[in-house]
Write a protein that binds this ligand. Structure first.
Ligand code: HEC
Length: 315
């Protein structure tokens, strides 16, 4: 007679299977994150969404009651069967039941039949002297097999009738979340000329502006703004003087581009830089123009272009 699987094994396993099944049919909004941390994060978001549903707890509770009933019934059946065993078999059964479940599970993999037992289960065919035994399949193997079937059915049903595991839909949802985040970011960062503030007094902003300048502007204005394809930005001469205020003049040109020269393109209008980034880079340009030493042809900088604007001269 076979030993019963203890309740502390099959009850938690069944519960786990129920929760897993619910994980498949519960829609969640997670933005995929790369790496191990992202995986763990997503798992917890998923489980969090699952346990928030009342239906899950109801099903788990009903399942628990049913499993306890099944366990009690199994016990009754076991006692009945036990009574029918011979005294010798009963002693053997009791001895075996004293071994722990896991020890039994592991040793079952390497268990060998005696010669008589083999005789009884040998199949009557063979080839080259090789015979086949009609062994019973191991319990762990059968369990996996049945679990596979249940998993497969749940998966197929969830795939067909819920939002579970549809890559295109998940992709669209994630994109929608990202778009929303981008829109929020742009709203907070995309200031126009009305909101722009000269922050050239703030060394941190100037430093950030310098980074933006290095990435976007040095290919034409060269490092430190000494001028190349684009004019020297450190001197007192300006081709464009659209605005009375120097800082706003710089901001306007970077946002809208130079009105008569498309080489100096509209970084703001073209969304290459956010309004906030332009505020930073304009603060940097203001800083190199008003605070840093003016670079002249003697320093290898470009010759002045445009008109000297008295009010903007470096003090
Ligand atoms: C593709 C080359 C190019 C790039 C990149 C470029 N510029 Fe220019 N920039 C120019 C040219 C050319 C002019 C002169 C425009 C004109 O003649 O009106 C100019 C003009 C300017 C002016 C006005 C100068 C004046 O004398 O009127 C400012 C300020 C300026 N650029 C800042 C920037 C900043 C900041 C960046 C980076 C975000 C940048 N530029 C990127 C080519 C460029």
């Amino acid at each position: 007679m076979r030993q019963r699987t203890p309740a502390y094994i099959f009850i938690p396993l069944t519960m786990l299977a129920i929760i897993l099944a619910f994980t498949m049919v519960t829609p969640v909004e997670t933005v995929a994150e790369p790496g191990f941390k992202g995986m763990i994060n997503n798992l917890f978001t998923h489980l969090g969404a699952v346990v928030k549903q009342g239906i899950v707890w109801a099903v788990v509770a009903i399942a628990l009651v049913m499993l306890l009933i099944i366990n009690a019934l199994n016990k009754v059946v076991e006692t009945q069967k036990f009574k029918k065993l011979s005294a010798e078999e009963q002693a053997e059964y009791i001895a075996e039941s004293k071994i722990g479940f896991f020890t039994r599970l592991f040793s079952s993999a390497s268990k060998k039949q005696s010669a008589e037992e083999e005789e009884a289960i040998i199949i009557d065919h063979g080839f080259d002297g090789i015979k086949e035994l009609d062994n019973a399949l191991p319990q762990w193997w059968l369990s996996l097999f049945y679990f596979g079937i249940v998993f497969c059915i749940t998966y197929m049903l969830s795939y067909a009738f819920t939002d579970f595991a549809h890559m295109d839909r998940e992709f669209e949802e994630e994109m929608a979340i990202l778009d929303e985040r981008d829109a929020k970011w742009a709203e907070a960062n995309d200031i126009t000329i009305e909101g722009a503030v000269n922050k050239s007094n703030d060394p941190a902003v100037v430093e950030e502006g310098k980074k933006i300048f290095t990435q976007n502007c040095t290919q034409c204005h060269l490092d430190a703004g000494k001028g190349g394809i684009g004019p020297n930005l450190t001197d007192d001469s300006w081709i464009n003087h659209e605005n009375e205020d120097l800082f706003l003049n710089i901001y306007g040109i970077v946002y809208d581009g130079a009105p008569h020269n498309p080489q100096m393109r509209a970084f703001g209008q073209r969304k290459e830089l956010s309004g906030l980034a332009i505020e930073k880079v304009a603060s940097y340009v203001y800083h190199i123009n008003q605070v840093e030493k003016t670079l002249t042809e003697a320093d290898g900088a470009a010759a002045p272009q445009g008109d000297v604007v008295e009010a903007w001269k470096q003090k």
